[in-house]
Ligand binder design. Sequence first.
Ligand code: ZN
Length: 421
Amino acid sequence: MITYCLYGEEVKKFASSSENCIGVGYEWEGESVVHLRLAPQAHSFGIVRSVLFIHGTRPKFDSDSSDIIVSVDEDGKALVCSKDDISPIEPIIIPSRENLYSRSKGLIEVGILEGKRVLIIGLGSFGSQIAIELAKSGVGHFALMDFDRVELHNLVRHTAYLNDLGRLKTDFIKDCILGKNPYAEVDLFPININEHLDILDAEIKKADLVICATDNNQSRYNISEALVKNQTVGIFGRAITRAEGGDVFRYRPGGPCYVCMIGGQWYNSMSEEITNEVSARANGQIAAYTSPEEADAMVQVGLSSDIEPMCNMMVKLSLIELSRGSESGISSLDDELVFPAYLWVNRRERHYSEFAPFNKCANRPTIMRWYGIALSRNEHCALCGDAPILDTGEGFLKDIDPELVKIHNDIDLETAERLMD
Ligand SMILES: [Zn+2]
């Protein structure tokens, strides 16, 4: 099926005219998405010209030949002339693979990052920013997982543009990565990981690092399980309602897992940001009986600038993990960012109403500062614990078969209670 996108203002303009009009359809190649416009639009690549490449030290213009002539000599030096300007000029050369990131040398070990493979699960406002940042840092191999397409409501926070409406987020992010690092390898998985645990497991096995940027606890649980099984490092991030604040979590083999954290008492009470009604209904954040009007009011997203701090911390933690073992500027952070979890607060609302005002905080917690959270592995964790205990929020219930408790209490309390009956 083809997705067609039209501009409302253009439809209005055409409806008020009396003449028919020949417009232009722009199709994303191989993606079955066509954007329909009344008139041709300026493109990043617009007019097509013919170019003749010749061997030699100087291009000579000949009126019968192509619009542009490029000469390349034995040493690889190129000169260009065109019909509009026949005196040869030096072109800008986009650096080759080994020189593309020479400016970052010293701060990050470019040679090491080039050989690393990062799996990014969830390409919403978190995953899209992180993917682009890691590409800018020179990470060489990516695997992208998300089954969503770019929708209108995404655009206020996502890196996608109006012209990307209707496209798979995996396709869009691949273009972004290649736009920053044309030598990167990008594998695409437009799938719901909760329904493809085998692919999730296989890809986690191949990855040096996993970014978990999904918007529900079921996927975080499934990712955690595969991370623990494969002993792979994973970095998680999320925002709570309206991005009042958020947290970042890093799983390292042998350390606490994500479920060790959300199984904790005070974390359970946090309500997560709901960004998408369809997925929130599917994962139980919005109950089935909720009316469309009520559901609409529950979808409350924060500002892009409010989730950027979490994305930034996730990128820094990623670069530390990927650079481990090398002597680079970023590796000095490893001695300071020692916590498995980090808390950030944007506004003193609801969950954080007890925080001190920024200007009068003394030594008390306040907004817009990172707080490291010391956590240790929970031996009763439903996922990684040696003696799992299920916490239903009303005291601990012991002796639960860990195989039955595949879903954490915070994810689906009803199922957990049914299993215990
Ligand atoms: Zn655990």
